[in-house]
Every structure is written in structure tokens, then in C-alpha cells.
Design a protein around this ligand. Sequence first.
Ligand code: SF4
Ligand code: SF4
Ligand code: SF4
Ligand code: FES
Length: 683
Amino acid sequence: MEKVKLTINGKTYETEQGKTVLEVARKNNISIPTLCYDKRLDPYGGCRICLVEVEGARQLVTSCITMVGEGMVVNTESEKVIRTRKGVLEYILSDHPLDCMTCEATGCCELQDLAYTMDIKGIDYRSGEKIGGVIPDRNELIYRETGKCIRCGRCVRICGEVQQDYAIEFGGRGFKMWVATPFGESLLDGTCVLCGQCVSTCPTAALFEKKAMGKGRSFQVKKVRSTCGYCSIGCQIDIHTNHNGIIKITSEVGAVPNNGNLCMKGRFAYDFINHPDRLDTPMIRVNGNLEKASWEDAYDYISKKLKDIKSKYGNDSISFISSGRCTNEENYLMQKFARAVVGTNNIDQSETECHAPTLTGLRNSLGFGTTTNSIEEISKSDVIFVIGANITEAHPIIGLEVKKAVRNGSTLIVADTRRIWLSKIAKTYLNLQPGTDAYLINALMNVIIKEKLYDEKFIEGKTEGFKELEKAVAKDEPKEAEGLCGIPEETIKDAARIFANAKRATILYGNGITQHSFGIDNVNSLVNLALLTGNIGKEGAGINPLLGQNNGQGAFSMGAVPGFYSDYQPVSDRAVRKKFEEIYKVSLPKNKGLQIREMFNNAYKGKVKAMYVMGADVLMSEPDTTRVKKALENLELLIVQDIFMSNTAQYADVILPAACFAEKDGTFTNIERRVQRVRKTVS
Ligand code: SF4
Ligand code: SF4
Ligand code: SF4
Ligand code: FES
């Protein structure tokens, strides 16, 4: 990008063209006040507090929307600038309630901070008229008070530009302008998804977290950076705590990967941490009833029973289910316990049921069973193909990236059995019949091959088996697919052409295509589609499985799977095994262990006698509940380690209460394989 030189306050700076004066000033530690500015939003220029003087300009200009130019001379602190900004601020304050002593935002209010730093002592234009007040809204999360609104528009813009939910808009004019919902109804009645993004950007207490109110000022809380424990994006969060426990969760603009954005779960769903139903003591089943026990008694019971079962039935009669909900460290220890202490490779994890086809399919074809791109790259793709993933609900922050990309001109293709939110902004919506994903993907490839839209050079240089693929999909005519998938032939052809003609196309897929008996076929077809069009190995192009659980990726990487030690090192490889034997100082089992479903089949048949389940409610998540129930009943020992009395825990012989993500230190690995810190904030 072309460079320009400009002078700010007498000093010369070189910068890229296309930046605003505000951006360049801030980058160089020159302070300019702002109120309507938020890095996440388009430049707006509404509040005029960021005025600066530019030589040659007829009047002061707003630095947040003024682009730098070659030779520009800027003054950010002239007497005129300071005086005018003060006037602007006094005007903004003229109808403000000025009840800072009782206001929830005291200490974290941008308006209050500016009034202090700009030394506002009295306000000449104060009208005395009380405008606005608290808006009664029966939602339990977001407090709304119009009197504190400075009409900066940040909430309206974040809801429209970033969330694209358009749940709020300005109503009225002048001093009587307020942030309104359609027909003045509750946020619950419109398109609002209660993400709290509007709260996160509001510079005052006009929008505030209801749950945090009255629980302590911002300067009376401890703020700890951690990682959200819900989905696999791994949003960075700041947990605010004081003697009242967790009082709110926020995120900092600029934090990777979520840039200060959070969804409703990450921001508001933390009440479970102090829920009275949390397990808080070990329990042992005595005469059919679970009774409270000490940790020592629970450990004694477990070790005695495990030793008995091991000597009576052998090591492989014991199975371990680890968890995509727990930390990397916990997963590593669980697999080590299974292999080095008990001597079995019967270790699997909760995410396997959802994404085992991903691990196998991607590993077999690409060499590694995980995403090929970072989250940030999504917005650099000119075509995004979403299949089997309701992203705005299951991975909301990735949903924002997709929305951003479409807003910036990317083309979206959505294939889903349901009319999901993203189908609203998709250029092509492929409303397929359940279970017909592979037919659809093969039909797309059929069109691409027939119309010679594939990337010949890439295929020649980087792939093998093109002829076999050509033969395999030759029969998958779009006409055939129309009958099977229920999508018009022409729509399939259009989608194929859009995908193949993209410079950078990315595929985002979810459990909708993997949780099938033929999930691996679906994944293989998607990989073939990406390879056929040369969409691997370049920025903004690739294939990205959207794992569900927050640390499913980490659990795989830590070796909580039957065939691999940590870092996907195969247990069947003698040299690898030897290395681990030297580290663990024991001999390790040679054979691949049981997968989660095989564990239940074997327990059902009476071959698996003991199971240790950590952070997984298998009775809820496994298919064929009746059979799983019977399998659990057959066990001689079921150990469940969890935070609540889950369905599975009710069948346990021993229950160990676990710490949730906010109560322990460790790491999670997110969907893009970013290892992120989890910090203990409460006990
Ligand atoms: S909570 Fe989210 S969806 Fe609702 S108004 Fe605020 S930004 Fe919009
Ligand atoms: S409610 Fe807050 S963010 Fe929205 S316009 Fe008013 S002051 Fe700005
Ligand atoms: S998108 Fe996922 S990681 Fe981010 S806040 Fe929501 S649940 Fe947490
Ligand atoms: S911050 Fe520039 S006009 Fe509001």
C-alpha cells in the first residue's frame, strides 16, 4: 500500500494511505478523545469530540473520519481544538443526569473520564429539563436508561453492522432522541439475540449488564483474563469478580480471536458456576444409594476396585472417556492414567462422536485432522461454503466473521436441511434433504469437472487420484442429485460455478455432516471439492471443521484418543511407543484401544467392566440410550467426574466433583489450534 507522510503536532510520521488521522495518532501514542468511535465499527463522525485542526482546512475536522493525506499538517492540541472540544462535551453533558455518585458506570464511563480529563467544571448550556429515564424491559440481562444516552449510535451500529440483527434503532429527534425497539417493545420481542454487544460498546450506563448492577464498582473488582468455556472459538474474556463472586464478563477490543465480541453464552451464561446443584463432595454408592464420602475414601475405593478388576479381567476391561470440555492438562493426565497406570489404550473423548470423521477424513487426505485456516482468514475468502453448521447459534463469533465477509462483498453458499440464519444472507441456499450431503457435494464436483472449472495446475502438482475421482462422480449428475437432495438442478450448477470460480473459497462444516454413519464420506467429498478447485494452502481458502466443544481440539491433540499419543503420534508406531515408555518409565500397550462407541458395545456385552467418565454426559450424547443405559448398568465400576449430577452420574458407583473452567488454571486449544490460557478466578 502507498505510503504518505504527515505532520502531527510538529512531528513527521509515515503511514499507509487509507488510515484515518485518529488511527495514525493513536498508533503513535497521541491521545485524541472519542465517544462515538469503536474500532469494530465503520467510521461514523457523530459526536465531534475528536476534532483536530488541519492546516488549510476551513474548520476543525473530525479525526475519526478524516483520511490522512500526503503533506497533511495536523494539530491535536491547539487552544482552538481544546476550547471547541470542551464546548462539544458541555453540550453533550447539558442534558445528562450527572448522578455519577450512584451511577453503575462510575469508574468505567467514557463520558465521566472525558469530563475529568477535559476539566469540565460547569456547564453553560444546562437546560434543567429531565429527559428520558429507565426503560422498563422484562429481559433479565440488559438494563436500558435513555437519560444516560449520549446518542453516539454505537449500540445501533454494532447491532446492525456487526451482529446484523437490527434489533434497535434511534427513535425521536434532537434531545428527545432515544435508542428504541420496534413499537417500544421489550428486547425479547424483536430480533434481539441478547448478545450484549450493544452493552459492550455503550460508553455510559445507558445500556448496562443487569446482573452486575449493585454488585460493585469497576474499580472494586478484580479482572482476570481467561478463555470462554462454551464453544471451540475460544473467545478471550475478562472475568470481573469481587466478594460477590463473578459479577460480569466482558472482552477487550483487540483480543484475539474475538476482537472484543462475545455471544450471549460467553457474556451472560455464568450463573451455573455458583448454582446450588453443583456437586461439591465425592460420593460412593453404598447399598444402592450414593452417599457423601471424603476424598481419601473415594480414592481408596477407586484404586482398590480398579486393581481388582484389572487383575481379574485384564487391563483392557477398563475404559476411559475424557472430555472436550476439560483443559489440555486434564486430558493429557487422563490418557496418561489410562496408558501408563492402567495399561490400556481404551481412552477416547466426548468430541469423538461429533468429529471422529473429521480426524480420520482430513488426516487421511491432508495429513492432519483439523482446520486449515485461522478464524481471521474467513473474511478474506471471496466465497464461503457453509454446510451442516448453524454457525450463528453454535459458533456465533465465527458467524460474525461470515456476516462481515458477506457485508464486504463475499459470496455465501449455505447447504442445510433447515433455513438457518445465514441462509438469509446467502446468495445460494441449498435446502437439502437430511443425509444427502455426499450426493450434493459429488454433484457439485460433477459439474466442476464436466465444465472444466477445476484447477488443473493444482491438481497436477499437489494431488493424486484425479482420474479416480472423475470416474467416481461421473454418475452424480445434478439431475440425479435433484431427485435425491430436493434441490433444483440449476441451483446445484450455479453453486458449483460460484465455488469453482472463486479466487479463494473456504468451506466451513459442522456436526450436521459428521454425525452420520457415513460422516467420513461427507468429509472426504468436501476435501475433494477443495482440492479439485485448488482451495487449499492459500490465505482465505481451505476446509474448516467447526468442532463443537470448547476443547475438543485439545483433547484430540493431547492423545485422549485410542490410536494416538499426544500430538497425534500413533500408538502402533514402535519407535513412538518406545519414546513414551522411556518418558513414562513403564511398558505401554501395543494395540489401538476402543473408541467410545466400541466401549459401550463391549460394556453391553460384559467385556468392559469399568469405566471412568470425565466431563461427559454419555447417556445424553451417545446414540441408542437404552443400550447405553444397559451398558452402564453392566459395569462393575463406573466413576464419573463432573460438575453436576448428570444423567450418567446417576448410574455411577463413585462420583468426583469437578472444577469448572473458572475454578482452575490450564489451557484450552481452540478451533484454529491456538493454545489459550484458562485462569482460576473463583474457588
Ligand atoms: S443485545 Fe445484541 S441483538 Fe440485542 S440489541 Fe444489543 S446488540 Fe442488538
Ligand atoms: S445507548 Fe449507549 S451506545 Fe447507544 S447511543 Fe446511547 S450512549 Fe451510545
Ligand atoms: S462464540 Fe463461543 S467462545 Fe465466543 S463467547 Fe460465544 S460461546 Fe464463548
Ligand atoms: S469520535 Fe470522532 S466524531 Fe465521535
